[in-house]
Design a binder for this molecule. Structure first.
Ligand code: IPD
Length: 239
């Protein structure tokens, strides 16, 4: 069984690499003059992860690898494809966010007690971090909120906020390629983004809070026990 599961994951990664490197970067239909590139697979292979003012492709061909949700995204345009639902989410700065052509709008809920909050446990298994993740979740649940969800993909969770299906999503430990497209989806659908401690969102900090409005976001901020993972743009650690 374990071997079969490994086969599936290997296949997913192979498809991801093909989608990221062939589908977007070499297919003339998708070609945009390429200046810089940040991708989950390339960073894993030792390439730098520097976000500058230059036009940059940020690509995570499969987000939520164990769920096999393919996606790809750009800084000024975001694309998230949920293959299980055959839903194509697209957002373009200043032009709105859409799902299969239908414009998205965040929920107008203002009452945290009637709100649904999405989050994930992430992949950090450090004891202190896990403790804070559970403690934060307990406090959010006991606000109380109406419910808690987790789609298993940061990108899809952000699309759920943009679609008005959940009021908020937060996570510590995500990477820039997990959230860049979905973040644009949220703002183009009328939502807000911030750091989990309430300051401005820093895309390389690996911390994100997205919500339908500032009031809901700020109530969640008050419950989160924050911690600081190594930044995406940190220099590679010495062995
Ligand atoms: C992960 C998923 C997951 C989130 C992790 C991400 P990956 O992406 O988005 O929902 O909890 O933080 O790293 O690694 O499967 O592409």
């Amino acid at each position: 069984m374990a071997e079969q599961w490994q086969d599936v994951l290997d296949h997913a990664v192979a498809v991801a690499q093909k989608a990221g490197k062939v589908g977007l970067l070499e297919n003339p239909d998708y070609f945009i003059p390429l200046v810089l590139f940040i991708g989950e697979e390339s960073v894993a292979a030792g390439e730098p992860c520097d976000l500058t003012d230059e036009p940059t492709w940020i690509i995570d061909p499969i987000d939520g690898t164990t769920n096999f949700f393919p996606l790809a995204f750009l800084l000024i345009m975001g694309v998230v494809y949920s293959c299980l639902e055959d839903k194509m989410f697209v957002a373009r700065r200043g032009k709105g966010a859409f799902c299969n052509g239908k414009q998205l709008r965040v929920s107008d809920q203002k009452d945290i007690h009637c709100s649904i909050v999405a989050t994930e446990f992430g992949s950090n298994r450090d004891g202190g971090a896990v403790e804070k993740i559970f403690s934060s979740l307990r406090k959010v649940v006991c606000l109380p909120v109406h419910g808690v969800r987790g789609a298993g993909s940061a990108a899809i969770n952000l699309c759920l906020v943009a679609s008005g299906c959940v009021e908020a999503y937060y996570e510590i430990g995500v990477h820039v390629w997990d959230v860049a497209a979905g973040a644009l989806m949220v703002t183009e659908a009328g939502g807000v983004l911030m750091d989990v401690e309430g300051g401005a969102l820093d895309m390389m900090s690996r911390r994100i809070l997205a919500a339908n409005n500032r009031h809901i976001a700020e109530q969640i901020v008050g419950q989160i026990q924050a911690f600081t993972p190594q930044r995406d743009d940190a220099p590679p650690q010495q062995q």
